[in-house]
Design a protein around this ligand. Sequence first.
Ligand code: ZN
Length: 202
Amino acid sequence: MDVEAIYKDAGALLEGHFLLSSGNHSNRYLQSAKVLEDPKRAEMLAQKLAEMIRSSGLPVDAVCAPALGGVLAGYELARALDVRSIFVERKGGEMELRRGFEVHSGERIIVCEDIITTGGSAMEAADALAELGADVIAFAALANRGFCRRQGTTAETKPECKLPREVPFFALADFEFSMYPPEACPMCVEGSEAVKPGSRGN
Ligand code: ZN
């Protein structure tokens, strides 16, 4: 499966000259929600991710996503694995399980995101679940920004990665971009102007 081509076709992988929220400039940008706009495509991607998890032999009781970004990916992954789908959401700064969702002591849960950058939100979700007695057995994401090493690759985990090294992390593909501080950006040198992703009506 050519995941990058699927993201490009969906308009989820933008190429140009972008101003990131960090202040850095980049030649690419992932608009993750766009790839899930087509439910059939979302289903296909989640099925592929589910296959990777299933073939690892890990027993799974439920998938939990951090809202809002992870909800659709988590739901589709749960469907593909034929397990429960729940989500945690931020309330007063903390990730919480609400809306009548419950987890049981020892329940084996995968935390699923649409994209893992450093894994900060996924880790907050995992901590909230662990406090309730659940066993977070793995992390999963459709796309990986390349800071954390995913299962099946030999890439090094970078210091920015917040996921625990001993817990498996499943993702379909790595999307590593060139990032530059504005003063060292080759695209700026060429005279083009960095734009905020989404600011051109796309
Ligand atoms: Zn630039």
